[in-house]
Design a protein around this ligand. Structure first.
Ligand code: HEM
Length: 456
């Protein structure tokens, strides 16, 4: 696929340039059809045509940002807020009053409410749950059946998030429903973002009906979770209690809608990302069995023959580097958007107020200008002596700035522990029907992984 650029212009008064327009758009859909058809290679090639490039998505003009330095500048600048095509498509799912979609003072207050649950010193308390869930996988996979890795990965992601942050066995029965609903919703949302033809999605076609059913069910689920916790009368020291007891700027309890949207935002943001990354990790272990051998050796030398515990994680540096390299090549959050709230400047280009910006951690993290052997899986590039070669903001799978993922430490601990436990127990082979090619929705993950776990 090629992306030709046309006509960069300069504004005589400000000296700022208009970003070039990417070529190859078609009537009505603009570049949306390319983003829908082959988004990873489309986004990856945009940098060849400018640091900032204009795209047409349906009737909208969108500014694609293509260099690490400028994506960092966007993430850190107050000139841009969370809005734009991705977030509009996500609002039905994440709500308008949850931390992932709010802005300004509301967002700052909400971050203060959730942050304590994710602080570095809060995470060791989650260790036993993370280890228990990792060993439950090993136990379940010992039966020798073909593993449907999508289900397995999403189940463990939802269970860890639910058990650590919203403690309660009431989540067990709901984990499967959450997984199924989110799979339907994230696929449909991506479609709505890149081909924003609103009325089309109101037509009662089977896909639209399924989407609406999943969305309604997820909202019911969240209400059930809140109602169950209240009915139980307990107030464990966890994120759900913090959300239920949060107060607004005036010291008043926050409203029911905000509680609902907050729970929804945490469950949604926490399960799809981790589930997708576990799938990518299992694909990597299947395609590079030597990595699993090395992880097993590291676990043996650090832990010996006892089970891996959370306290071991910080010594499992090779395993952590495999996780980091997986996040580089398969960032679950592969695309991000922002909206300019003022006329502003980016890299010498004019960005008008109201402009939607889009950028891709996937494209940034695979760019040959930032990484030697950029497509090669090399965990050792994260060794202390080499990690400094990576340009600033060329590796930000959790983003930076005020919207940075609150769960970066939580997720790294969870993923490293799970990887250490499963790679020590098994090697993996593809089973018939397995398809490791990328499936691109709001998140990035392997399409359909069917694996056999072979005991070591
Ligand atoms: C935000 C990535 C796991 C909760 C983000 C953002 C990224 C990200 C890139 C920033 C979005 C932006 O800049 O627009 C990831 C990855 C994960 C992960 C790669 C795992 C591999 C989790 C988990 C939770 C979580 C486990 C919660 C249990 C959130 C929330 C936000 C967020 C609430 C919104 C923060 C805000 O807007 O202030 N995540 N995430 N994430 N993430 Fe994560």
């Amino acid at each position: 696929m090629t992306v030709e650029s046309v006509n960069p212009r300069t504004d005589g008064e400000t000296g700022l340039r208009e970003p070039p327009v990417a070529g190859g758009g078609v009537p009505v859909l603009g570049h949306g059809w390319k983003l829908a058809r082959d988004p990873l290679s489309f986004m990856s090639r945009l940098r060849d045509h400018g640091d900032v490039v204009r795209l047409k998505l349906g009737p909208k003009t969108v500014y694609a940002v293509t260099t690490p330095a400028l994506t960092g500048a966007v993430a850190l600048s107050p000139d841009y807020i969370i809005a734009g095509p991705l977030w509009e498509s996500l609002e039905d799912l994440l709500g308008k009053e949850g931390v992932a979609t709010s802005n300004g003072p509301l967002h700052r207050r909400q971050r203060r409410t959730i942050q304590p649950a994710f602080r570095l010193d809060a995470i060791p308390a989650y260790g036993p749950v993370m280890a228990e869930e990792a060993y439950a996988l090993v136990e379940r996979w010992s039966r020798g059946e073909t593993l449907d890795v999508t289900t397995e990965s999403f189940r463990v992601a939802v269970r860890v998030a639910a058990r650590c942050l919203m403690r309660g066995s009431y989540m067990d029965a709901r984990a499967e429903r959450i997984c199924a609903d989110l799979t339907t919703l994230f696929g449909g949302m991506y479609q709505r973002m890149v081909v924003p033809l609103g009325p089309l999605y109101k037509v009662p076609l089977p896909a639209n009906r399924e989407f609406n059913r999943a969305l309604a069910d997820l909202h019911v689920l969240v209400d059930e979770i809140v109602a169950d916790r209240r009915a139980g009368g307990q107030k464990p020291n966890d994120l759900l209690t913090a959300l239920l007891e949060a107060e607004d700027e005036n010291g008043e309890p926050i409203g029911e809608q905000e509680i609902h949207d907050q729970v929804l935002a945490i469950i949604t943001a926490g399960s799809e990302t981790v589930g997708s990354t576990i799938m990518s990790l299992l694909l990597v272990l299947t395609e590079h069995p030597e990595l699993g051998d090395k992880i097993r050796d590291e676990v043996k030398s650090v832990v010996g023959d006892r089970p891996v515990a959370f306290e071991d994680v910080r010594k499992l540096t090779y395993t952590a580097n495999v996780v980091t390299e997986t996040l580089r090549l398969y960032p679950a959050v592969w695309i991000l958007t922002r909206r300019a709230v003022t006329d502003t400047e980016l890299g010498g280009y004019r960005i008008p107020e109201g402009a939607d910006l889009i950028y891709s951690p996937y494209a940034i993290q695979r760019d040959r200008r930032s990484y030697e052997r950029h497509e090669e899986f090399d965990p050792d590039r994260w060794l202390p002596g080499r990690a400094g070669d990576v340009p600033k903001y060329a590796m930000s799978p959790f983003s930076v700035g005020n919207r940075k993922c609150p769960s970066d430490h939580f997720s790294m601990a969870e993923l490293t522990l799970i990887t250490a436990v499963v790679a020590s127990a098994y090697r993996f082979d593809h089973a018939p029907g397995s398809d490791g090619r990328p499936r691109i929705g709001i998140t990035l993950r392997p399409r359909r992984l069917m694996l056999r776990a072979v005991s070591r």
